[in-house]
Each structure stands twice: as C-alpha cells, then as structure tokens.
Design a protein around this ligand. Structure first.
Ligand SMILES: *[C@@H]1O[C@H](CO)[C@@H](O)[C@H](O)[C@H]1NC(C)=O
Ligand SMILES: *[C@@H]1O[C@H](CO)[C@@H](O)[C@H](O)[C@H]1NC(C)=O
Ligand SMILES: *[C@@H]1O[C@H](CO)[C@@H](O)[C@H](O)[C@H]1NC(C)=O
Ligand SMILES: *[C@@H]1O[C@H](CO)[C@@H](O)[C@H](O)[C@H]1NC(C)=O
Length: 522
C-alpha cells in the first residue's frame, strides 16, 4: 500500500511546526490520556502516517479481535500448555523423532491484568537440553511473533501447499526457543477486558515478566540455563524494557531468579532521536534520494528532534506530535523513492507488510491447526491495528537510556542489522550504539569493524568490546534470519557461547589467500 500524500510531505515544515505547538498547548490543558489517544487514532487514519495501517478496516472488528469470547476462563488454571502434534515434512536434523521433540503451545493468564491471556510457542532445543533458553519478540507494534516463527528462525516453515517443513537453520537448533504474542491483543493473545490494552513499555515489560515467571514455574528444569532475550524491529523498544524488568526483578528477589545473560535486537527502533536523524543519510548513501531531496528532508529533522526531546519531558501529546512530524521524514523518502519495500530496498513493496505472509494466516486459521494449538475459535491476525494505535505515544520514547546499567552489570547486548533495511536501518543503529555512554564506550568507538565469517565467507562486519557487539549483516533486509538463515543461526550460536567476534574460522580464512578482512570501512 502506497502512502498517500500527507500534510507533511515535501516542504510542509511550517505546517508541522504549527501542529507541534498546537499539540503542546493542548497537552497543557488536557492531561487526560484518552483524548490524545483518540486524537492519535484520528491522526493516523486521516493522514495515513504509516503505510502499513489499512484504512478501510472495521473498528468494531478490531475491538472484537482484542476482546473475544472466553467461555472457559473461570475453569482453567493460570497456565495452560499442551504438546502440539503437527505433521512436519523432511529431516529435523535431530536423532529424536518428531514425537520426542518437545513442541508446546499455550496460554498464560497474566497475573497483574484484568483478564489478559498471553499466547506462546515453546520448542525444546533440537540440540541439547542445556542449550540456552531464548525468547523471541516480533515488533509492529502489534505484530505476532509467529511471523518470525514461520518466516525467519522457527523450527519449520510453511510450504506452498501449507505443509510444515523443517527449517535447517531454526534457532531451536541452538536454543530452547519461546515465541510470545504480545502486547495483549497481538496474534492469539487477547483479553476480555479493554483495560488490559497496553500503551507503553512499562505495561509491556511487566506483562512479559509475569509471563516469564509463569513459564519457569511450569518448566523449572530450564531455570538454570542461560536466558537470552531476542527480537526485531519495534522490539528494539520492548527488549531493553523487558531486560531491565528482569534484571530489576532479580535484584529485588521478586520471583524466580532468571539467569539473564544477554539481549539482542535485530533492525530495531531503540533511540528514535538518533535513528530518525539517519534516515536521510542512509537514503542518500543507498541512492534512494538525491542531494536536493536530502537537503529538503533534512530540514524537517530539527523539528522532529525537538518533538522527541519534548516527548521525554512534556509527555504523551508531544510524543504523538513527534511521531507525526518524524514519520513525515520517512514518508517523504518513500514518496521520492517510489514503490520500494522499505524493509528491503532491493525489492518492491507487495502486500500490506510489503511481503506476502498470507500463508501463515491461512495456516493458523485452519480448524485442525487451531485445535492442535488449543486456541479455540480465536481468529489469528498477524498485525493488530488496535495494538499499534495504542502504542503510538510510546514510539518516540528513547529506550537506550536503560541499557548502560544492564551492560555495566555484565549483561551482553548484541545489535545486529541487515544492510538493506530502510525502516530500522543499520546506519541509525550503528550511530546510537556508538554514541551510547558507558564505561567501555571510548574503546568501543575506537574498535574497528572486522569480518564476520561463516564457512569462510564474509557474512557481515562486526565489532565487539566487552559485553557490547554490533553486527552489520550482508545481503539482508529487515528480517535477517529470513534472508541469511545460516549466518543468523551462527550469530546466535556464537553470541550465546561467547565466540561472536573471536571465532574467526581461521582454517577457512587461511585457505583463501587474497581474502582481505575489511577494516575500518566506516
Ligand atoms: C545422530 O546420531 C548419529 C549416529 O549415532 C551421530 O553421529 C549424530 O551426531 C547424531 N546427530 C545428532 C544431531 O545428535
Ligand atoms: C507439499 O510440499 C512439500 C514441500 O514442497 C512436499 O514435500 C510435499 O510432498 C507436498 N505435499 C503434498 C500433499 O503435496
Ligand atoms: C583501525 O583502522 C585504522 C585505519 O585502518 C588504523 O589506523 C587503526 O590503527 C585501527 N585501530 C585499531 C584499534 O586497530
Ligand atoms: C569459543 O570460545 C571458547 C572460549 O572463549 C573456546 O574455548 C572455544 O573453543 C571457542 N569455540 C570455537 C568453535 O571457536
């Protein structure tokens, strides 16, 4: 879907400024939350600020998808998990039979909510049971983690005829892997009470923490395994908040101690002020726009920056206003660049998310599959517009601020990015990682990028210092495990094993004389 010309495209800097001030004035008179939220919803619909939001949908359907029916909620225990038995084709790459491989799906009734139930998949490792426990969060906000399960790093993929086929590079080959649909209202997760809608990271992180506690209560045999948080895109917001919540829970001895060792963000949105400043430069570097468009678009940025700064001090309405102004930068690039897939600029945008994920919707809405998963009659929606809109005021919040404390305490952070993604491009991520202040920042900044090799081929460029690593992945867009499945699995394996940058595949390199290691390309 192409963006329509919005109020902000091209030279409309003055209009944006007026709007921003109007909103800030309004903010002072009306601190109540629901008004800005309604305003945000109208803003998005009217201006079509992000092309991925369908314009013609039925709002009552959204509400129904969130609320749903829940006939048996009073009779079920908090966590309901079942083994799933779905036929899978091909070779699992494990000596265990499909029946021995532990595949589970379930619901957890979130403790500190009115009636929210969080849906998840859990796949025991195809390697060793002592492998780390890894949780994956897809972004959106409001997109189901099943997108990653079936199209990126899950144990199996969906064939054209809707059969499941083993994925040779599923992350369950090196970890015990959890996918969770969150915030509530995403994927198969739902509530019977609208008060469970989440508007920001605090609620998101608390729900995830409660989920995790319940998960380990049910699976205490994994409690001593190393635990890693991973995910993509808008999860660049969720992940630091969730990691901080787990770390704080551990420190305060709130519940079960979680053996949190690290968190990884793929093509994430974490520090909007820096990342929105990188859009025009990335687009120019990649030839999506010319010098004059770059100059025009760059004029919007100071206002966007101001809005983001106000978002952190003045609150909700400034956050919504900055969302509008800042995304006009992105939309202007799209208008100039034509029908590109903004998740992979080498491609054209086809389908609502610029890719065709319809097989997943068909598969998950199949009656026999729903029975196997125990989701009843719930309709699966890959991306929830309601959840998206509810999170609008969260978008421009800076989630970098909580990270230094985590890495100072020795919790590892990996930021990785496919080089052809526009929307959460590597350049913006590289810039915020380099400008983050922590005890090792000077050395990190001075460290040169080196080759990240897989089977003797350069799969990316990497730099690491202490707990912090940055990896730029070659030949990949927004969804790195989809585009470079083997390199992505190697990345996970080495990172969780502590070999991300020192494992150089020396034998293979030595055989390849003339294979120059790229140094300091930035
Ligand atoms: C499967 O068994 C064979 C022979 O017993 C062994 O060589 C191989 O490493 C095993 N594979 C896995 C994934 O455990
Ligand atoms: C479905 O597709 C898979 C993978 O292409 C193939 O192995 C399988 O035989 C097909 N099944 C049917 C029933 O056609
Ligand atoms: C990084 O690369 C530059 C230029 O290639 C070189 O001068 C510098 O010494 C390198 N720094 C380190 C720490 O290796
Ligand atoms: C990974 O690193 C550890 C210690 O840092 C080392 O013992 C091990 O051999 C490395 N593994 C590989 C495959 O390089």
């Amino acid at each position: 879907m192409k963006p329509q010309t919005s109020l902000f495209s091209g030279h409309a800097c003055g209009g944006g400024l007026l709007l921003l001030f109007f909103l800030i004035i309004q903010c002072q008179c009306d601190a109540h939350y629901s008004a800005p939220l309604r305003f945000a919803q109208r803003l998005i619909r009217d201006l079509n600020l992000l092309p991925s939001i369908p314009q013609d949908r039925d709002q009552t359907q959204d509400a129904a998808a969130f609320i749903g029916d829940d006939a048996d909620s009073n009779r079920t225990p908090r966590l309901v998990e079942k083994r799933i038995h779905l036929p899978i084709l091909g070779d699992s790459g494990s000596n265990a039979s499909v029946h021995e491989l532990g595949h589970h799906a379930g619901y957890y009734e979130l403790q500190h909510t009115h009636a929210a139930k969080m849906f998840y998949f859990f796949f025991e490792s195809r390697g060793k049971s002592s492998d780390p426990v890894v949780i994956w969060l897809t972004g959106g906000p409001g997109c189901s983690s099943e997108l990653a399960l079936f199209y990126e790093n899950g144990p199996f993929k969906i064939a054209d005829n809707l059969s499941l086929v083993w994925n040779d590079y599923g992350w369950d080959k090196a970890s015990n892997l959890i996918y969770v649909d969150q915030p509530t209202g995403t994927g198969f997760s739902y509530s019977t009470d609208p008060r469970d809608i989440r508007f920001g990271e605090k609620g998101v992180a608390n729900d995830l923490y409660d989920f995790l506690q319940a998960f380990f209560m049910e699976h205490p045999e994994y409690l001593d395994n190393e635990f890693y948080i991973t995910g993509e895109s808008y999860a660049g917001h969720y992940i630091p908040a969730f990691a901080s919540r787990v770390h704080q829970g551990n420190k305060n001895k709130e519940g079960l101690h979680i053996n949190l060792k690290g968190f990884a963000i793929g093509n994430g949105l974490t520090d909007p002020e820096i990342q929105y400043g990188a859009y025009a430069d990335f687009a120019l570097d990649m030839g999506l726009i010319g010098e004059s468009t770059h100059k025009t678009i760059s004029k919007i940025y100071p206002l966007c920056k101001l809005g983001i700064e106000l978002c952190s001090t003045a609150g909700t309405v400034a956050c919504i206003a900055s969302y509008a102004v800042c995304n006009s930068i992105f939309n202007s690039i799209l208008l100039s660049a034509g029908n590109i897939n903004y998740y992979d600029i080498r491609k054209k945008c086809e389908g609502t998310l610029c890719y065709d994920f319809s097989k997943m919707d068909t598969f998950l809405n199949d009656k026999s599959v729903r029975e196997a998963l125990g989701v009843g009659n719930r309709k699966f929606v890959s991306c929830s517009p309601l959840v998206y809109e509810a999170m609008i005021a969260d978008w421009m919040r800076d989630l970098e601020v909580g990270i230094p404390e985590l890495i100072e305490d020795g919790i590892k952070l990996l930021i990785y990015a496919g080089e052809y993604d526009l929307i959460c491009n590597w350049l913006g991520n590289y810039r915020w990682v380099n400008s983050m202040k922590w005890s090792g920042s000077e050395t990190f900044v001075e460290t040169n990028m080196t080759s990240f090799t897989v089977d003797g081929e350069e799969a990316g460029l990497i730099k690491s210092y202490g707990p912090l690593s940055f990896l730029k992945v070659h030949d990949a867009g927004h969804m790195v495990p989809m585009d470079q499945p083997k390199a992505a699995l190697e990345m996970l394996r080495r990172w969780t094993r502590g070999n991300l940058s020192n494992e150089f595949d020396m034998n293979m390199l030595a055989q390849k004389t003339g294979n120059t290691i790229h140094l300091n390309v930035f």
